[in-house]
Design a binder for this molecule. Structure first.
Ligand SMILES: Cc1ncc(COP(=O)(O)O)c(C=O)c1O
Length: 281
């Protein structure tokens, strides 16, 4: 169970809000985020009070909101709220920004209430040095209206992650409907073959991960359609996310892999160095 007493919470709507005690942070039972998962979110790593890659995350929040046809809160409001929950925090934290459709009818149509905006900052436990992944039987739909959108409709990920955990893994990998490698429940995936690093294209339906974006900008990576068999023949595999950074995979579907392999280790080192140099790259 997360220790919610350590959470710093900001609660409001797209016109304003304030810090509240975690025990007093309540959202309406009519909120469309609650009734139909009509919302978008961001997860951002915070180091000693400084959110990493904040500009990129706020841009993605805005494009996710636009994809759902939701007005985007003013950038000045978002920056103010971020400052109020992160400033003065020590160590590594995880900041979640959630924007939902606000109070609405019980069905899928939206009401005209203000959008709910919630920010929560909690201490983030460190990931183990390596991780294990399994491929799940369910597919990502690259044709979905939510493909590439960081929406709060994550129940498919909840099911897949539970399936993976029952098999001793910490991440579940999806193929898409075309049978190509897509992404994990909360990560993007990279494979290394003969020293060449590849990752699925955005057309695979994966989220345009901020960590993925930075690894592509900072390292030599090919974006391509990858058949699922590519996983079985990969020399190295790593996954990326805002909390995992570059995370070497030591086992895929029971097959052992070097973790980190030499190429992943170089990318990991470079990522740490660049991220330390540029907190908002
Ligand atoms: C489905 C999915 N794919 C990929 C990622 C990685 O994205 P980022 O690097 O922006 O954290 C996430 C992050 O949680 C995710 O939920």
């Amino acid at each position: 169970m997360p220790d919610n007493d350590l959470a710093r919470v900001w609660l409001g709507d797209d016109t304003g809000g304030r810090r509240v005690e975690p025990a007093e942070a309540h959202v309406s039972v009519f909120d469309h985020g609650f009734t139909v998962a009509d919302g978008v979110f961001e997860t951002i790593k915070v180091i000693d009070g400084v959110p990493f890659a904040l500009s990129r995350h706020l841009r993605r929040l805005s494009s996710s909101a636009q994809a759902l046809g939701m007005p985007v809160p003013e950038s000045s409001l978002l920056h103010k709220a971020v400052g109020e929950v992160t400033s003065g925090s020590a160590g590594v934290g995880r900041l979640r920004i959630t924007l939902t459709g606000g109070a609405g009818p019980m069905g899928s149509d939206r009401g005209d209430a203000r959008r709910t905006l919630v920010l929560v900052h909690v201490p983030a436990p460190a990931w183990p040095a390596t991780t294990q992944a399994v491929v799940v039987p369910w597919r990502r739909n690259e044709h979905s209206a939510l493909a590439g959108v960081k929406s709060t409709s994550y129940a498919e990920n909840v099911i897949a992650l539970d399936w993976a955990k029952q098999r001793g893994a910490s991440e579940a990998l999806f193929a898409n409907c075309a049978g190509h490698l897509c992404e994990g429940t909360g990560s993007n995936v990279f494979i290394v073959r003969d020293g060449v690093v590849s990752t699925p294209t955005l057309a695979s339906g994966c989220l345009g991960g901020i960590t993925r974006e930075l690894v592509i900008e900072w390292c030599d990576v090919i974006e391509e359609d990858l058949p699922m068999e590519a996983l079985a023949s990969a020399d190295e595999v790593f996954i990326t996310s805002s909390t995992r950074d570059v995370h070497p995979v030591s086992q895929i579907d029971g097959r052992q892999l070097p973790a980190p392999g030499p190429v992943s280790a170089d990318i990991q080192r470079l990522f740490v160095k660049k991220a330390a140099e540029h907190p908002d790259p």
